[in-house]
Design a protein around this ligand. Structure first.
Ligand code: ATP
Length: 977
């Protein structure tokens, strides 16, 4: 490696661009004082990284910029480039030629550095030349001043040269870096240890808190897992029991109602029977009065007849023949009476038969009527049952929202625990009669939209649905919703045929939700027919929806929707249907009651008819016996008559020829009346007896019913208490699910465990609750805090261990470097020491010199002492002459170069103080080393010039501006001269 070229511009006295080519060997620069020779050495030192303005012989670094002369203006920029031949790659740079440039601007004092024209940092330059022999402290640039100061300088200052020669600068720099690093590492380690200690203090209590929190969370988790399942199971069991209880309650209520209505009916029946019995008693009394009269009448008539019969008997029994005619007449009269009585009985028998037949027929007719009534009551019962089932289904649809989506149902169920939920549009409004279908199609699915008080209520409800995975719902905060209307089109449509109004006109709703209703329905037109609807829609350019009462829709934009509507899907239609079915049930119940009354009447009549028939049959049988007796008597009288008259007579002849006596007719009539009254009284008594039995049966039934009803009421009260208890327990379980676990029952069901044994699960819940309570205050955040602190602790502890490792390896590296440096330094020092003595002896022509460590115990920092004894003199450095000092310094310089050759050495008038003989010796040394070291020598001495391979003469042809020209030795001597 050697310096090929120096290019300067604007640097000190080099105002113009100057290029100085150098060769290997010895390059001399000569010229008169002050013409700028040393500025070249300054330029080289500057590029190689000099940072001291003083070393550059100025006050500030900008002093290196050409400051102007009489004829030239100052310049703003100084730039110097050194071009090195690097074919041997002495400089660790992958190029055969290395250009190093430094530039400085006056105005902003900005410095720029380049290596091979690539911008770089100053450090890159110092790193590049380090250990190349060109670095700071090397022998590359030695001035007259430094030569003369060498001997008198401090031993420690001198050491720098030896270090450079020993090539330990690199290690020293690395050591310095390592030491700095070690300091930083130690500092960091101390800090890390402080923090680690601090964290160790925190981590213990935090760990305990964290473990407590973890126990708490694990208990909580297990508690939730079990308790949710327990609650679900309890709700399920309770609901099942409640369902059964409800069914039983329904049955009991039904029974109660049946018994109550049975009682009312029986009471009424009993009362009716009492009335009838009273009426019968009245009738019987009257009849008995009449019977008494009739019986007296019969007795009177019979007495008269007995007298007549006695007279006749007397006449017949007398033996007087002259009275035979009278006897025959008397017997004939008797016979006629018997015939008359017999005929009367036969006639009465016939009447009784007719009456009996009539009663039998009436009884049969009444029986048929009863059957018909029973049949129609049965049919009406079935119809009523169906109507009631329809009513229950509709009620269930309306009350349990079975048609609503899952999300809407979940919100309505949890309504009590959520704030501001008013209900669905479908629940809150009702249509005017006849507009149910129109309202249904107008709202569509919006009847499920949930109205809330505030927007916040809707947000909370949505987060509730999300948390419980309970589906979706649409919410309409009543304060946020904006009402809609037909605006300017209202006037137009109002005048159109078939326009009935806007949908909201036909809806009843609470006043506070008006905005919501107007938002949904305020802009929907209702028309009376599809034709009119089409016309209206066309006229308003299909801007608004038009609906008809039949449910046809003309949508915004003009599309049409229509057809039949599934009624069950509309809450409004369902409500109307419910009203209708209620009315129907009322009518059916009324008709059923009427039929039941008719049946009772028919049953009563049946009973009366059968009693009357029975009496008739008894009367008939009695009369039949009387008629037979009369017939026998008649035979007897006829025989008596034939015996008396000695002739056979036909009864018809006797009866036709005679007229019945008035008495017999009266008697017959009296007996008929008496028998009739008796029969009537008997019939009425039998009926009354029937009523008595009925009343007794009814009264005993009433008694039984009353007692059963009492039992029923008691049972109902018990079951209602049970029901209330069950409901409140279910409510309580649901609240717990909601409050403690923020869950809907449906969600809880989806995650609950089926495999739990309920009693042991309940025990576990109790146990866990106790454990949680016994934990006291728990800081759940401690887990996060502990994790943070512990990971920080771990990180810092690792860091600390890394730092300790780094510290160890730095210490080892420093130790290694110290060993290398000591080894290199001592070996180099010793070699230089030997050479120093030799060069000294040569330059001084005898004597001896040596180098010593000022502190042998500390090779790494020891200074270098010089001991020199020129021939015949004592060894005291300060007493040497200037020339001797220079010779000693040069001895050392050459000793060093001989041990560790440098590629470039710039010597600025170092031999100025030597005598001619010594200048020559000096020059010879230069020649001796010039094959390994390139010399640039600034000199005034001819002896030196004579050894130069190339000579430059510095001139100032223009005042203050240096120019360099190549000169021959003779010229050079002249120039200096
Ligand atoms: N910034 C600058 N601008 C212009 N000229 C400068 C600047 N700095 C120094 N000089 C001039 O450079 C000259 C000194 O140059 P230098 O020291 O290189 O001379 P020299 O040839 O080595 O002299 P000697 O032989 O006496 O050592 C002075 O005349 C000084 O005015």
């Amino acid at each position: 490696m050697y310096l090929k070229r120096v290019e300067l511009q604007g640097f000190k006295s080099f105002a113009d661009k100057s290029v100085i080519e150098f060769k290997q060997g010895i390059n001399g620069i000569v010229g008169p004082n002050g013409c700028g020779k040393s500025n070249i050495t300054d330029a080289i030192r500057w590029v190689l990284g000099e940072k001291s303005a003083k070393a550059m012989r100025g006050d500030a670094m900008t002093d290196v910029i050409f400051s102007g002369s009489e004829d030239r203006k100052p310049q703003n920029l100084a730039e110097v480039t050194l071009v090195f031949d690097n074919e041997d790659h002495h400089l660790e740079y992958d190029a055969n030629e290395v250009e190093i440039t430094r530039r400085l601007y006056r105005i902003d004092k900005e410095a720029e550095y380049f290596i091979n024209r690539q911008p770089c940092r100053l450090k890159d330059i110092t790193d590049l030349i380090m250990d190349s022999g060109l670095g700071k402290g090397s022998l590359s640039i030695i001035s007259q001043n430094s030569i003369s100061a060498f001997v008198s300088s401090k031993p420690e200052e001198r050491r720098v040269l030896f270090e450079e020669a020993a090539g330990v600068a690199k290690y020293k720099k690395r050591k310095r870096e390592s030491v700095n690093k070690l300091e930083r590492t130690t500092h960091n380690l101390e800090r890390a240890e402080d923090i680690v200690n601090e964290l160790e203090k925190q981590i213990g209590p935090l760990r305990r808190q964290k473990e407590k929190a973890e126990r708490y969370l694990s208990f909580k988790e297990e508690l939730q897992d079990i308790e949710v399942s327990v609650l679900v199971k309890m709700i399920k069991d309770h609901s099942f029991t409640l369902k059964k209880l409800n069914a039983s309650l329904d049955e009991l209520t039904q029974m109660q109602a049946t018994k109550e209505s049975g009682m009312v009916v029986r009471d009424h029946q009993s009362e009716e029977i009492s009335k009838k019995m009273y009426a019968l008693d009245q009738e019987i009394n009257t009849l008995q009065g009449k019977l008494l009269v009739a019986m007296n009448n019969v007795t009177n008539l019979e007495t008269q007849k007995v007298e007549i019969d006695a007279n006749r008997k007397h006449l017949l029994e007398s033996d007087n023949q002259k009275h035979l005619e009278e006897k025959i007449d008397s017997l004939k009269a008797i016979l006629q009476d018997v015939i008359s009585e017999y005929n009367d009985r036969v006639a009465r028998l016939n009447v009784l038969k007719e009456e009996k037949d009539a009663l039998t027929k009436r009884q049969a007719d009444n029986g048929k009527k009863k059957d018909q009534l029973r049949k129609s009551i049965e049919d009406m019962n079935i119809a009523l049952h169906q109507s009631r089932a329809t009513r229950e289904r509709l009620k269930d649809e309306i009350e349990n929202h079975s048609r609503y989506s899952q999300g809407v149902r979940a919100i309505l169920k949890a309504k009590a625990s959520l704030s501001g939920i008013r209900g669905t549009i479908g629940d809150l409004c009702e249509s005017e009669p006849g507009y149910e279908t129109a309202l249904s199609v107008s709202l569509g699915g919006a009847h499920q939209f949930i109205i809330t008080d505030e927007e916040d209520d809707a947000k909370k409800a949505i987060s509730f649905l999300r948390h419980n995975k309970a589906g979706r719902a649409t919410f309409m905060p009543k304060k946020t919703m904006k009402p809609r209307s037909l605006r300017d089109h209202k006037m137009v449509v109002e005048a159109m045929p078939g326009y009935l109004g806007v949908m909201s006109d036909f809806v009843n709703y609470p006043s506070d939700i008006e905005n919501v209703i107007l938002n949904q329905l305020g802009h929907i037109i209702v028309a009376d027919s599809l034709d009119h609807a089409t016309m209206i829609a066309k006229d308003i350019h299909h801007r608004y929806k038009v609906v008809t009462c039949e449910g046809d829709v003309i949508n915004v934009g003009g599309s049409l929707t229509g057809g039949s509507l599934h009624k069950a899907h509309s809450p409004f239609i369902a409500k109307r249907e419910l009203e209708k079915i209620e009315e129907k049930i009322k009518n059916e119940e009324h008709s059923l009651n009427e039929k039941r009354i008719l049946l009772h009447e028919s049953e009563d009549l049946g009973r009366e008819l059968s009693q009357a028939l029975m009496q008739k049959q008894m009367s008939y049988a009695k009369l039949e016996l009387v008629a037979t007796n009369k017939k026998n008597e008649l035979g007897l009288r006829k025989s008596e008559y034939e015996a008396l008259t000695h002739e056979s007579v036909e009864l018809e002849d006797l009866s036709s020829g005679s007229t019945s006596s008035k008495l017999i007719d009266e008697l017959n009539e009296a007996k008929r009346l008496r028998d009739k009254l008796k029969e009537d009284i008997a019939t009425k008594r039998e009926i009354r007896m029937g009523y008595v039995n009925d009343k007794e049966a009814i009264d005993s039934l009433l008694k039984q019913l009353r007692s059963e009803l009492k039992d029923l009421e008691h049972e109902l009260t018990n079951q209602k208490i049970k029901k209330t208890k069950l409901e409140s327990e279910i409510e309580n379980y649901l609240m717990r699910l909601n409050d403690e676990y923020k869950m809907t029952y449906e969600h809880a069901q989806s995650i609950s465990r089926e495999d739990l044994e309920i009693d042991s699960a309940k025990d576990r819940v109790r146990d866990l609750r106790q454990r949680i309570a016994s934990l006291g205050n728990v800081n759940v955040e401690a887990i996060e805090q502990y994790n943070e602190v512990s990971s920080r602790y771990e990180e810092l502890n690792n860091n600390r261990l890394e730092l300790i490792k780094a510290q160890d390896s730095l210490l080892k590296a420093i130790d290694d470097m110290d060993h290398i440096m000591i080894e290199k330094f001592t070996s180099t020092f010793e070699a230089i020491n030997v050479q120093f003595n030799e060069v000294f002896r040569y330059l001084f022509g005898g004597g001896h010199a040596s180098l010593h460590y000022s502190d042998p115990s500390n090779i790494l920092e020891t200074g270098i002492e010089i001991e020199a004894q020129p021939p015949g003199k004592s060894a005291k450095l300060h007493s040497f002459s200037g020339g001797e000092n220079a010779l000693i310094a040069l001895s050392c310089l050459f000793a060093i170069i001989s041990v560790r050759p440098v590629p470039l050495c710039i010597l600025d008038e170092v031999e100025a103080a030597l005598d001619i003989a010594n200048v020559e010796r000096f020059a010879k040394y230069l020649r001796q080393f010039s094959d390994k070291t390139q010399f640039v020598v600034v000199t005034h001495r001819e002896g030196t010039m004579a050894e130069c391979d190339l000579l430059y003469g510095a001139t100032m042809q223009q005042k203050g501006v240096t120019k360099l020209v190549s000169v021959q030795l003779k010229e050079a001597v002249g120039t200096n001269g």
